[in-house]
Write a protein of this length. Structure first.
Length: 152
């Protein structure tokens, strides 16, 4: 059964963004100062997690950003140069961690498939989100773990 919520729109003399909205649909003018009611179908929201609903379009989860900044400073090319045997500079460390979320190669291969070496942020974020959801349940839980252990 479709779920509908009401959206109350109040137009002012300065409003231009909502001029095209009216109870009759897009393209019908609502007079400045009048009140109109709109309905919005939210069926697509039923399959979203609370983490996904909390993030505005175009942004990333605040806990994910916190982890990313602590792991790589936000660089999608940050890596420990495993292939060159240089690790992170710590003697004996040959980690395969790479990218904005510093996922090790085996984890990147699992969640990114053939794109495991991609420097594309959206691919890295998507893979990291799936990993975090599988392992911790949410970005918030992953951040809590990171704060206690300095890794995730």
């Amino acid at each position: 059964m479709p779920v509908t919520i009401g959206v109350h729109v109040v137009c002012t003399a300065l409003s231009t963004a909502v001029d095209e909205l009216s109870p009759r649909g897009l393209g019908h003018r609502v007079a400045p100062g009048s009140h109109g009611r709109l309905a919005m179908n939210i069926d697509a929201f039923e399959s979203l997690t609370p983490d996904q609903l909390a993030v505005p379009s175009g942004g990333i989860n605040p806990a994910a950003q916190w982890i990313m900044m602590h792991e790589s400073g936000g660089s999608t090319t940050a890596g420990h140069l495993h292939a060159q045997g240089r690790g992170d500079g710590t003697p004996g460390n040959h980690s395969s961690a790479f990218g904005a979320f510093q996922m090790i190669e085996a984890t990147r291969r699992r969640y990114m498939g053939a794109d495991y070496q991609s420097t594309d942020f959206s691919k890295q974020y998507s893979a990291a989100t799936h990993y975090v959801t599988d392992r911790y349940g949410s970005w918030g839980a992953a951040q809590s773990f990171w704060q206690g252990h300095h890794w995730y």
